[in-house]
Design a binder for this molecule. Sequence first.
Ligand code: ACO
Length: 333
Amino acid sequence: MKILNEIIANAQKAQKRIVLPEGMEPRTLRAAEIILKNNIARLIILGNPGLIREEAEKLGVGLGKATLVDPVTDERRERYASMMVEIRRNKGLTKEEALTLLNDPLYFAPMMIKAGDADGELAGAINATGDVLRPAFQYIKTQPGVSVVSGAFLMFINDPNIGHEGILVFADCAVLPDPDENQLAEVAVTTARTAKAIVGCEPRVAMLSFSTKGSASHIMVDKVVNATRKAKEMAPDLKIEGELQVDAALVKEVAQLKAPGSEVAGRANVLVFPSLESGNIGYKLVQRLAKAEAIGPVLQGMAAPINDLSRGCSVTDIVTMVAITANQAAAII
Ligand code: ACO
């Protein structure tokens, strides 16, 4: 796929340092070999170096140029712990507690980024989303002007007439269980930025609901209507339409009936779901039933790139997500 090739080429140029906290995980090690062989990123792999090398040897994987770092013994622990105490001063974190947290690679990795010792992180092949995200939220936090992190998926549909040449960007499918109207507006704006930066398209954002332009009235519809208005205020140049049912967002004939004259309806390339339930179920339905390739979640709104994998991820998914993380670190995304 053309876009994926561009993402890999950008990563090769950027040569960012990506930290992989799940150093003993076989798919991660197999992906690391591919990433290093193809010069996609510089890798820092966390864990006990002796055990990682043993596991790599068992798998027949070469980790030649990777830097192996043990969070339990690394000499930077003291410095990182002091930084953690400072960041969590208002939460009363003690140095002792910080040192204990640093034994966990999911805390050590964001602290490497915070200290400038790494540029991005990818985890989640064996850890739940919440466990990957919590340390990132606490120590990396959000970008200026953004209050919530959300997760987008690039959906590659087998029909070039849908979205942008067959690509749709879905959000939020990974993070915010029940966004309020302000958060939903932010998700719309940050997802539009992700679409522009990764897919290279002019975003046309549909704010999804079970109602189109007043066809139903309900408090849940009001949330989407208000979020649409707020997103337009936040980004007046953005093409955004709501509330729309998904058929009105994607199908021209339906759009003509339900939302005539809209710049977005019938040709949306960004779909913003009203809740995590709908977003997470929606992307998995399209992935499994329409056999679309789903890449992500690409986390948006974080102050540094940290991405989360699905535990069902493949080696190829890990390679692609490292490349996307490197693109984000290079501020290409
Ligand atoms: N953006 C930025 N910061 C956040 C966000 C967010 N979306 N959510 C929580 N935070 C911050 C909080 O402000 C808090 O900061 P503080 O400690 O400095 O005060 C910190 O993170 C912890 O907040 P909690 O509310 O205690 O976080 P909690 O751990 O309960 O929830 C989490 C965060 C884990 C991400 C939760 O929202 C969650 O479980 N989401 C669903 C994740 C999931 O399971 N997704 C589906 C699977 S993914 C897939 O299928 C691809």
